[in-house]
Design a binder for this molecule. Structure first.
Ligand code: SF4
Ligand code: SF4
Length: 180
C-alpha cells in the first residue's frame, strides 16, 4: 500500500454500520430548535462544507457527516466526538454552504449540549481550569524568551482576581467546579 492510499482510506462513518436502536429522534429537534439550527434540515449532503474545511482530512467524522449524523439522531456519537472540539471555528464551511446551514454555529451548539451532558474532553477541562485558576490559557514558562525579546519576565497588567471575577458564575467556572 502506498503512503497516499494509507492516508486516504475510506472514512470510518461510511463503513461502520449504524445501530438504528441507538438513534435519538429528539437530537435533530434539539439542534433545529436552537437559534443556529433553522436551516439544518435543508442540508442535501453536498459535502461542500467538508471540501472547504482545512482540518477535515484529520477527522474520522467530516463536517457533512456530522451534519448528517445530527439529522439521523446519532446523539451519542456526535456529542462524544472529538471533532466538534477540534473545529477551528474558521467558518469556511458555513460561508460556503449553498443551503445556508450554519455548520460552525451548529458545532458550537453541539459543544454546549455536550457540556450539559458531561461529554467535555479532559484537555478542554484542563484549559478551562488554567483560565479560571491562573487567568490565562497558556503559562509563559520560559522567562528567558521574554528577556531575549526585551520584555519583562512577568506579563504586565494580568489581574487573576479580575479574570476570576469575570468568570464567576459562567459555565466555564461551573465546568471547572464540576457543576456543569
Ligand atoms: S455544505 Fe451545507 S448542504 Fe452541503 S453538506 Fe455541508 S451543510 Fe449540507
Ligand atoms: S469552522 Fe470547523 S468545521 Fe467549519 S471549516 Fe472551519 S474547522 Fe472545519
Amino acid at each position: 500500500m502506498t503512503e497516499t492510499e494509507e492516508k486516504t482510506g475510506p472514512p470510518v462513518t461510511l463503513i461502520d454500520p449504524i445501530d438504528m436502536t441507538k438513534l435519538d429522534a429528539n437530537f435533530r429537534r434539539d439542534i433545529s430548535s436552537m437559534p443556529n439550527g433553522e436551516e439544518l434540515s435543508a442540508c442535501f449532503a453536498c459535502s461542500t462544507c467538508t471540501a472547504a474545511c482545512p482540518i477535515a482530512n484529520q477527522w474520522n467524522y467530516k463536517p457533512h457527516q456530522l451534519i448528517r449524523m445530527i439529522l439521523l439522531g446519532m446523539r451519542d456519537e456526535v456529542l462524544s466526538s472529538k471533532e466538534i472540539w477540534e473545529c477551528l471555528t474558521c467558518f469556511q464551511c458555513q460561508e460556503r454552504c449553498p443551503q445556508n446551514v450554519r455548520v460552525t454555529d451548529i458545532f458550537f451548539d453541539c459543544k454546549n449540549l455536550a457540556a450539559e451532558e458531561g461529554y467535555v474532553p479532559e484537555n478542554i477541562i484542563a484549559l478551562a481550569k488554567s483560565l479560571v485558576e491562573k487567568g490565562q490559557l497558556y503559562e509563559i514558562i520560559n522567562d528567558w524568551e521574554r528577556e531575549d525579546l526585551g520584555l519583562e519576565p512577568e506579563v504586565p497588567g494580568l489581574s487573576i482576581e479580575g479574570i476570576q471575577s469575570i468568570l464567576k458564575g459562567t459555565r466555564t467556572h461551573k465546568l471547572v467546579e464540576g457543576d456543569e
